[in-house]
Design a protein around this ligand. Structure first.
Ligand SMILES: Cc1cc2nc3c(=O)[nH]c(=O)nc-3n(C[C@H](O)[C@H](O)[C@H](O)COP(=O)(O)OP(=O)(O)OC[C@H]3O[C@@H](n4cnc5c(N)ncnc54)[C@H](O)[C@@H]3O)c2cc1C
Length: 308
């Protein structure tokens, strides 16, 4: 008898029944992508996310674009931006400079990451000479210079560089010891991976929020390629659901909504209240899933949007 439980859980209505969400965007490369991003931000902002984060391209390749996007979010919306930052291909002093520039611009939340090696996942990671060795060192570096909220990454199915889940949790522990306030997870499709990981993290005495990262599958082929690169497993049932839909984007979208809805509703039923959505700069699926979670547009955010 699942349904009645679910209905009562969502009786929270417009306030979302205690559900908190955050949205991740990537900085646009072209004017057209910029337009798409800002359409997505405009649609999702009224849902009053706890924060919206902007990724940092591999090797710092989007440094200026990330900064520009974060600054525009600060200037034109009431949203709280979180700027991603990686250790790749930069000396500590350069990275510290980026942190200071963010602080001066009014940013109060950084997502601190090691980043991937320039050749991509699979290549052995070598810290930049004079750079931060890993995300834990970066967190410590940020803590030395700024009083900001710091989020880090966590891996329910372990990071591909880690030999074991325990080694991976050692790194999470190091990030927490250095001052991380929250972890957002790599995406996963089987909720049991998340709960097993959470049990192990809590058993180690790590108490920070471990917020599940949700990837609505806008494009199955692309999602499978991402998953292969980052060590997330793609269950056979998921592939079967998208089977035969390569040339049928309308049906794919309906299936994607159903799959993501099933995943987040199960997480809620099992006690999860915070979600980090990988939006891929698209609003529609994420908006629909948030609606299912009970979130409704906030009038004050709508007004701010109308002014902007
Ligand atoms: C929520 C989220 C947001 C992200 N945003 C971005 C982004 O904006 N830009 C970007 O480029 N990437 C991003 N990534 C990807 C991330 O940079 C990669 O997963 C990267 O490979 C690891 O970064 P980290 O911060 O988890 O590293 P760390 O926490 O430093 O390490 C990750 C894992 O690798 C293992 N490890 C690290 N070093 C070693 C070593 N020397 N020997 C053995 N094991 C080791 C550790 O066990 C550790 O658990 C994001 C990932 C997540 C989950």
């Amino acid at each position: 008898m699942d349904a009645p439980v679910r209905r009562s859980r969502f009786a929270g209505g417009p306030a979302g029944g205690g559900i908190r969400v955050s949205f991740e965007f990537f900085p646009p490369k072209t004017a057209e992508m910029e337009h798409t991003l800002w359409e997505a931000i405009g649609r999702l902002a009224p849902l009053a996310p706890a924060f919206v984060s902007v990724t940092y391209g591999a090797g710092g390749s989007t440094r200026e674009r990330t900064h520009a996007t974060v600054k525009r979010i600060l200037a034109e919306t009431a949203l709280v931006p979180a700027a991603h930052l990686t250790c790749v291909a930069a000396q500590c002093a350069d990275i510290d400079g980026v942190v200071r520039a963010y602080c001066e611009a009014g940013v109060r939340h950084i997502v601190a990451l090691r980043g991937d090696p320039p050749g991509g996942v699979g290549e052995r990671y070598a810290p930049h000479p004079g750079g931060y060795a890993n995300a834990a060192a970066l967190v410590a570096g940020i803590r030395n210079i700024a009083d900001v909220e710091i989020s880090v990454a966590a891996y329910p199915e372990k990071h591909p560089d880690s030999l074991t889940v325990d080694a991976d949790i050692d790194m999470l522990q190091a990030k927490v010891d250095a001052g991380a306030n929250r972890a957002m997870t790599q995406f996963f499709f089987e909720n049991d991976h998340y709960f097993r990981y959470l049990d192990r993290v809590r058993a180690r005495g790590i108490e920070i929020p471990i917020v599940p990262g949700i990837l609505p599958v806008q494009n199955f082929k692309q999602a499978r390629a991402f998953a292969e690169r980052c060590g997330a497993s793609v269950p056979r049932w998921l592939a079967e659901r998208f089977d035969g839909l390569d040339d049928d984007p309308a049906t794919r979208k309906l299936i994607a909504a159903a799959v993501a809805a099933e995943q987040v509703l199960d997480l809620v039923d099992r006690g999860v209240s915070d979600f980090h959505f990988y939006t891929m700069n698209r609003a529609d699926l994420v908006y629909a899933i948030c609606h299912l979670l009970g979130l409704r547009p906030n009038a004050a955010q709508e007004a701010k949007k109308a002014v902007a």
